[in-house]
Design a protein around this ligand. Sequence first.
Ligand SMILES: NC(=O)C1=CN([C@@H]2O[C@H](COP(=O)(O)OP(=O)(O)OC[C@H]3O[C@@H](n4cnc5c(N)ncnc54)[C@H](OP(=O)(O)O)[C@@H]3O)[C@@H](O)[C@H]2O)C=CC1
Ligand SMILES: O=C(CO)COP(=O)(O)O
Length: 338
Amino acid sequence: MTKPEQFSPIAVLGSGSFGTALAILLAGNGNPTRLWSRDAEQVALMQQQRCNAKYLPDAPFPSTLEVTSDLAQALDGVRDILIATPSHAFSESLKNIKPLVGNDVRLVWACKGLEPGTGRFLHELAAEMFGASTPMAVLSGPTFAKELATAMPTAITLASNNETLTNDMTERLVNSAFRVYTSDDLIGVQLGGALKNVVAVGAGIADGMGFGANARTALITRGLAEIQRLGLKLGGKPETFQGMAGLGDLILTCTDNQSRNRRFGLALGHGVGVEQAIEEIGQVVEGAKNAHQAVLLSEKYNVDMPISQAIYRIVHEGADPVQQAYELLGRDLKQEGQ
Ligand SMILES: NC(=O)C1=CN([C@@H]2O[C@H](COP(=O)(O)OP(=O)(O)OC[C@H]3O[C@@H](n4cnc5c(N)ncnc54)[C@H](OP(=O)(O)O)[C@@H]3O)[C@@H](O)[C@H]2O)C=CC1
Ligand SMILES: O=C(CO)COP(=O)(O)O
């Protein structure tokens, strides 16, 4: 087995909370790691303070972690690239790295979302630009950045189209507090990561409106049912939806206030407007865009997704949350498993 320090450098693109947490993990494991940010001023501060005061102030950088705003410098001699920008910036990131990398590039991403406006999967965008045989992998699961960055026990799913990349990335990532479950289900893992954000917004709305544990748990359970219904139709595997990137991340984000999607929902449930709620959170809230992606896919593949539809109406059409909740409850009764 190759040891992390024997690998060529890995570049992490995006120095928000999750990119920073992953870079700390990788560098701490001995990987030569370069964290790239688009913001030169922030890079200067990170180099000086040896932490990311803006997004993760309590997690000091390992001494070996390099930080740069020069993309060519970040990618020099690099084969493995880990993209950790918001998913709406994924396509732009691919375009920026394309002229700077060789044919042997391997693409990994931790973004939880699909292409805005189309609902296409990020591996489809990567295949379109780099070729379908390019080794690629997605990391997804219940992994709040702050806990990961401070070495609190965490487990994740790594799904890939390439066994060597799976083995190498696993070797780069694992340590005594970080466990990786492997998978080849790119569709299920990406869908789980994107759609749990939508259900988490719903759980936040329910709690914000003063509904109780029964309502929250019903949303989690039926949210999983509709994620799985769509996922199976698209070719995802049943075990993915019961795993870290499915049920695991859904429970995490629907129940803990570290989740920005849940906090966004809480604000909406308290009557705060969409724009104001997102501005107050001050970080990416993927669920707002993911709700649109869920609706696009449910219509395209004719899959019933009433919770995602309700969240879409609340977030994008200004529908009343209380009315949406009672419309969900008042739908035709059905057998469980449907
Ligand atoms: N935070 C978490 O716990 C987890 C997050 N994720 C996923 O990781 C992804 C990133 O989220 P997270 O780090 O939390 O987000 P944050 O809001 O914390 O940070 C976003 C980062 O992306 C940068 N960015 C935004 N747009 C672009 C762009 N066009 N090009 C380059 N960089 C850009 C921002 O730069 P700037 O500061 O200059 O605006 C910032 O550094 C999301 O898809 C999220 O769902 C997955 C698991 C856990
Ligand atoms: O995906 C996450 C944890 O696994 C982070 O969730 P939020 O984006 O809702 O904060």
